[in-house]
Design a protein around this ligand. Sequence first.
Ligand code: FAD
Ligand code: SF4
Length: 341
Amino acid sequence: MVPFTFSSAADPAAAARPSAAYLAGGTTMADLMKLNVLTPEEVTFVRPALSAEVTKTDDGLRVGAGCTMAALADHPLVRSNLPAVRHALILAASPQIRNMATVGGNLLQRTRCPYFRHTEYRCNKREPGSGCDAQEEGADRSLMAVLGVSDRCIANYPGDFAVAFAALGGSVKTERPDGGRTIAATDLHRLPGDTPEIETVLRPGELITHLTLPFSPAAANGWYCKIRERSSYAFALASAAVGLELDGDRVKSCHIALGGVGVKPWRSPEAEATLTGKAATDEQFAAAAEAALADADPPKGTEYKVTLAKRTLAYALRRLRDDGPPDDATLFALQHGRDVG
Ligand SMILES: Cc1cc2nc3c(=O)[nH]c(=O)nc-3n(C[C@H](O)[C@H](O)[C@H](O)COP(=O)(O)OP(=O)(O)OC[C@H]3O[C@@H](n4cnc5c(N)ncnc54)[C@H](O)[C@@H]3O)c2cc1C
Ligand code: SF4
């Protein structure tokens, strides 16, 4: 680890300094600093400046960015109104990490691309303009993205919660020296394009202080379906955050976002448009899955993810229509491949 100066901020205004890297729960930051992937000269511990409160608003929840993943997942109003958020949080990482990590830091976690995390490889995201060893002959690309990739970077966004957050149309509130703003969840992360090192629209020194999580009938009837190599403690190969408001056998409204396959949390307006107002049939769900992946541009070695993501999304929708949101026991049984009848 490279030496750095360390300070702690007691309030958001004091924390918002362009020169500093922020440390919240530290479960991404400390990891990457130990690997010398991140070498900030100045680190500000922002956790004391961040609220951890979850409060009810007129149309949903306002969540302090310092709230832990575990606390948000266990909040009674998340359990009752936002099942996909609960599922995405409790299927992520480990209990120890969920007790330490903040929801603000969770949204901003960095890619797990192995070439990013090891400094002996060339990586445009870590060192702009150096190249991308993930795209060299013989590289292991099996975990990379299929949606939104560029010739500079094909890394996927690894988080779970951000996928549910994008699906239901949340937003973040920020603070910075010249004033704060509200950013829609779907606008927070950027496509890599020619500048994969710039992952979000946040400016230097901009601090996320709160998240808003809106309630809706579709969000209340939702779930997060996560497919991974192991049934625990692994990132998604493909995932789907879905919500359906049904009117008889028709879809009145819906939320759909994909994880594990995009360079950012991937909400799919195309899939939502394919379903809205239509019959909730297996065929229509398959059509929505086709629409969601229509723009896929899979790098060599990732082609399987296109099929996997389509099947994950169509399955998530079918199961939701037939059985509603799974309770925790059913969710974990599904993760372990157990027949839940
Ligand atoms: C072994 C392991 C397995 C994991 N598995 C999963 C998984 O399956 N699914 C999943 O979703 N995640 C997984 N994670 C990632 C984990 O959830 C994140 O590391 C964690 O949520 C980050 O939160 P934090 O508070 O620790 O952030 P930090 O590490 O403190 O910060 C992360 C980033 O966010 C920035 N930051 C933090 N807070 C703010 C703020 N308020 N405003 C602006 N910038 C901020 C930091 O500067 C840093 O760049 C895993 C992590 C590990 C180590
Ligand atoms: S895919 Fe992106 S993160 Fe991975 S090595 Fe290439 S530039 Fe770096």
